[in-house]
Ligand binder design. Structure first.
Ligand SMILES: Nc1ncnc2c1ncn2[C@@H]1O[C@H](COP(=O)(O)OP(=O)(O)OP(=O)(O)O)[C@@H](O)[C@H]1O
Length: 279
């Protein structure tokens, strides 16, 4: 099947997780914000049809976008906040209605919003997806040209097991989109008043072990902090990087996306998914 390349969009990155509630939307929003701070033209598309959280994270609930005509076609005008173009399925469909969408209706809905939004020229479009590996992921991966998928997990064994299943699907030759790496969120608790302290609430090493298993980079380990939860739930995204540990983790994530990363001794994996040996 011929893949759709969204005109004007240089890199489409999909953020996925095996399990719900691991912080996928927070990672997608933080990544978009960090890329925009780096000077990249950035957009975020909330494709989490069954629980769109981007409007909350960006403090933009209950807004309805405008439409305009472009070359004879009706286009949805994305919102803009923190220099990021923002679109969410939550701006267009009432959550109670979206939850009833199944299979092709859900995938076609997302496909239409992605293609009908007037994104303009973007260096990066970050797409937040529902948890798991459903029709929406298959549509995105099989029908759109994407740079790759970032997998978000928490360190616990139950979360890791679900992510393993998801990575196996993304790496299937019929899907064929590179998994750019793993982000371990809530890797440890680090109180805002004592950001140097680390409390390993959910164990240690889960993300690293999984990255090694699939030979993909561990892009970042994001600490859990009480202010991060409040920042996100009250839409104060601009304060996300006040915690030095959180800032360092997002710096590392962006670095891992922009530059090839060391994987194991002697081998390097580029963000395009190709591995090569270091001489
Ligand atoms: N590192 C963190 N520290 C503290 N709280 C966090 C962290 N990451 C995420 N959270 C909080 O956890 C909750 C779930 O995060 P989020 O909505 O990003 O998860 P999700 O995986 O996208 O969920 P869903 O399955 O609903 O799509 C939110 O309240 C968020 O603020």
């Amino acid at each position: 099947m011929e893949k759709i390349t969204l005109p004007g969009i240089k890199n489409l990155i999909i953020v996925a997780s095996g399990k719900g509630g691991v912080g996928k939307s927070t990672v997608a929003a933080g990544l978009a914000l960090r890329l925009a701070m780096e000077g990249f033209k950035t957009g975020i598309m909330d494709g989490d049809i069954y629980g769109p959280s981007i409007p909350t994270l960006f403090n933009m609930g209950n807004q309805t976008p405008d439409y305009h005509q472009e070359e004879g076609k009706t286009r949805i005008v994305p919102f803009e906040k923190f220099g990021i173009k923002v679109m969410s399925i939550g701006f267009l469909v009432e959550p109670e209605k979206a939850i009833l969408w199944r299979g092709p209706l859900a995938s076609n809905g997302l496909k239409q919003i992605l293609t009908d939004t007037a994104w303009g020229e973007l260096d990066y479009l970050i797409v937040d997806t529902p948890p798991g590996t459903g029709d929406i992921h298959l549509t995105l991966l099989q029908q759109f040209t994407a740079k790759g998928v970032i997998m978000v997990t928490t360190p616990q064994a139950v979360a890791i097991a679900d992510v393993q299943k998801a990575i196996a699907m993304f790496q299937d030759p019929h899907v064929g989109v590179p998994v750019m790496g793993v982000v371990e969120n809530m890797a440890w608790f680090s109180p805002s008043a004592h950001p140097d302290e680390k409390y390993l609430l959910f164990g240690q090493g889960g993300g690293a072990k999984m990255a090694a298993q699939f030979n993909i980079p561990l892009l970042a380990q994001i600490p859990m902090s009480e202010t991060m939860c409040e920042t996100c739930d009250t839409g104060k995204l601009e304060r996300l990087f006040e915690h030095p540990g959180v800032k360092a983790a997002f710096d590392q994530l962006v670095d891992g996306i922009l530059n090839p990363r060391m994987l194991f001794k002697g081998s390097v994996k580029a963000a395009n998914g190709k591995s090569f040996l270091l001489k």
